[in-house]
Design a protein around this ligand. Structure first.
Ligand code: CP
Length: 312
């Protein structure tokens, strides 16, 4: 891989090219090896300050960015909306400028508004990382998902030979959007599945197949990625009942029997057990759920390390 990282910020997968995605994945491979050692420390961010600004809830992303920055030697501060001056009406721009005045070198932003990371990136010298913006993008999730697929399916397996089925609430999913961009750039085949209200046919314009019958695509899938229903973003009901959704789109043991024996079952979390995925499958040998969490740490170390090589 000859590409050098040149971007100040990581805002979307859409703007990356394949070589940039593969550079992150290859860099993360080295950090995953480091994480297997007793001393999990590198020094590429020593004397740099990383601020995690999470204006929406998070367990995985926030914790792994905190740990990633710490393992790279940075000074790390985390802020959430409940305990910040957002509650007193401070704007995002003012908050960003306050952080920069305190010499923040990186701002990791999760926000409910699509475009919030780009807005702040255009106004700060600090490196901006999008940790999930509304229903728009979640770039590090797609990178850790691609890393996990490559690891579990074998690095020798061609992306052109991999069929990924993403099932669930695509309409409100930033994870789905970032994965569609990443997988399309890598060359994988993608099918989006769910009720017509949550997977409108217009998604086919992204170069993916749209389907509404989960059972019809199970046998062809190398990877099945389940997404939860994002009730927090829905202002009306998009299907008649949870029971009907489970019967049509939940991955249960009967549906699992129709899949390839070595199918990967992925989920970005948090999981709603018994809704989009049966508990036995979430905890079973085909599941990559905890691999994804573990790989998220290596991916976030790689992203922070690569951004840190670029002059602000
Ligand atoms: N997958 C994901 O973004 O999880 P969190 O909301 O816990 O960060």
């Amino acid at each position: 891989m000859t590409t050098a990282w040149t971007r100040k910020d990581l805002l979307t997968i859409r703007e990356l090219d394949r070589a940039e995605i593969e550079l992150v994945l290859d860099t993360a491979r080295n950090f995953k090896d480091l994480l297997a050692k007793p001393v999990k420390k590198a020094d590429s961010l020593v004397s740099r300050t990383v601020v995690n600004l999470f204006v929406e809830p998070s367990t995985r992303t926030r914790t792994s960015f905190e740990l990633a920055a710490t393992h790279l030697g940075a000074d790390v501060v985390s802020i959430d909306s409940e305990s910040s001056s957002f509650r007193k009406g401070e704007t995002l721009k003012d908050t960003g400028q306050v952080l920069e005045a305190m010499k923040a070198d990186f701002v990791i932003l999760r926000h409910s508004a699509a475009g919030a990371p780009q807005f702040l990136a255009e106004r700060l010298n600090a490196h901006l990382v999008n940790a999930g913006d509304g229903a728009h993008e979640h770039p590090t999730q797609a990178l850790l998902d691609a890393f996990t697929m490559r690891e579990r399916l074998g690095p020798g397996r061609s992306w052109n030979d991999i069929h990924v089925v993403i099932c669930g609430d695509i309409l409100f999913s930033r994870v789905a959007r970032s994965n569609v961009w990443a997988l399309a750039k890598l060359g994988a085949r993608v099918t989006l599945v769910g009720p017509t209200t949550l997977v409108p046919d217009i998604f086919a314009e992204l170069g993916v197949t749209v389907a509404h019958d989960f059972d019809s695509v199970l046998a062809e899938a190398d990877v099945i990625m389940l997404l939860r229903i994002q009730h927090e973003r829905q202002r009306r009901s998009f299907f008649p009942s949870v029971g009907e959704y489970v019967s049509l789109f939940g991955l249960n043991l009967d549906r699992f029997k129709a899949c390839k024996p070595n199918v990967l079952i992925m989920h970005p979390g948090p999981i709603n057990r018994g809704v989009e995925i049966a508990s036995e499958l979430a905890d079973g040998p085909n599941s990559t759920v905890l691999d994804q969490v573990q790989n998220g740490l290596a991916i976030r170390m790689a992203v922070l390390h690569l951004l840190g090589t670029v002059k602000q």
